[in-house]
Design a protein around this ligand. Structure first.
Ligand code: DAH
Length: 349
């Protein structure tokens, strides 16, 4: 049967009419585009019709071409309309969904000071209440300030107590905050009441020791300073710092004779155990007392090193480990927790 232009135009118009119905049930862009390709693509139905074009007399071909263009436009329009309708449907559904604008927002996690920083600031405050100022010294320190001037010469056995990191021949990472005692005495004349919190270093590493840790040093130099003043200051400190632990019961301080080369007499500071109230527990190893640091009356020889007249002035000094104090108060059982940066630990404080 010979193909006529009327036939072809009719076929094309039928395809145009069919298309809208074909995509009406389709609900996503991907299947609509697939249907579009089925009609308009190289192997699509419109192309199939156009393949017949060659069999028409040339004069009739433009008419069919126009009809084909019209079908393409019709199909393109139908695609746009269908996609538009789908988008409008989604928008309407979004708007119809109940949104409770009064719900509180999700909290944004905030940071806070590290436990050790909190404790250090608290210590400074506790000592400030009784007239202490804050002093600082370098962490990379001379051997002289760290040892020699504190009556710990090179061959002194006390050097073994503090395994030292050497930076150079006469330069060390300070092993304690005691050199700050000398630095303040070099720059300030008595009377003087300072605390020096800061980082110190020792070649030491286990559950209660870290190669880097923090200490707080105290120093009072004035006329007529006595051991009882030292004890009074320490009583103030332990009772403020551990107040929450004892529920107001009050802690006692005991000075146990000991030896540090730069003080005479030298003592070990014990506080009564606030955990068992003296009954004996794991923390005080059953003794009822917990050691928290060292102290003593400044040795006149040390005063002489920095030109302070020991006939006129006396003084006391003390040194304590901040990690240990916080471990006791907050029940931290490994010093590493402080430095690992694990939020599960840090967030508790
Ligand atoms: N510097 C000592 C240490 O780190 C602690 C110490 C003991 C400090 C006695 C003092 C003191 O000021 O008088 O082991």
């Amino acid at each position: 049967m010979p193909t006529t232009s009327t036939d072809l135009i009719a076929q094309l118009e039928r395809l145009g009419g069919e298309f809208a119905a074909a995509i009406a049930p389709l609900a996503d862009e991907q299947s609509i585009r697939a249907a579009q390709a089925q009609y308009l693509g190289k192997k699509g139905q419109v192309s199939d019709v156009m393949k017949e074009l060659g069999r028409l007399p040339p004069a009739e071909r433009p008419l069919v071409g126009q009809a084909a263009n019209k079908v393409k436009d019709t199909i393109a329009l139908a695609v746009e309309e269908r996609l538009g309708a789908l988008a409008a449907g989604r928008r309407a559904a979004d708007l119809a969904r109940a949104v409770d604008l009064t719900l509180p927002g999700r909290p944004v996690g905030g940071g806070h000071l590290h436990l050790l920083t909190q404790v250090r600031l608290e210590l400074v405050e506790i000592f400030a209440e009784i007239g202490f100022a804050v002093a600082e010294g370098p962490q990379v320190e001379t051997d002289w300030h760290t040892f020699e001037a504190l009556a710990i010469p090179k061959d002194h056995p006390a050097r073994d107590m503090q395994d030292t990191f050497y930076v150079a021949d006469e330069i060390v990472l300070r092993t304690h905050t005691s050199p700050v005692q000398l630095r303040t005495r070099q720059t300030h004349t008595p009377p003087r009441r300072i605390v020096a919190p800061g980082v110190v270093y020792r070649r030491d590493d286990d559950a209660t020791h870290s190669p880097m840790f923090t200490q707080i040093e105290g120093l009072v130099v004035d006329e007529g300073v006595r051991v009882s003043d030292l004890k009074g200051v320490l009583l103030h400190f332990v009772n403020r710092f551990y107040a929450r632990l004892t529920g107001g019961a009050g802690l006692d301080v005991r000075l146990r004779p000991s030896y540090f080369p730069f003080v005479e007499p030298g003592v070990e500071i014990d506080m009564s155990c606030g955990f068992c109230r003296g009954a004996g527990c794991r923390l005080c190893k059953g003794s009822g007392w917990i050691e928290i640091g060292g102290a003593g009356m400044v040795d006149p020889d040390v005063f002489a090193q920095v030109g302070i007249d020991s006939e006129r002035y006396t003084g006391f000094a003390f040194g304590m480990g901040i990690e240990r104090m916080a471990m006791l108060r907050h029940g931290v059982n490994d010093i590493k927790y402080y430095y690992e940066g694990d939020l599960r630990f840090l967030d508790q404080f």
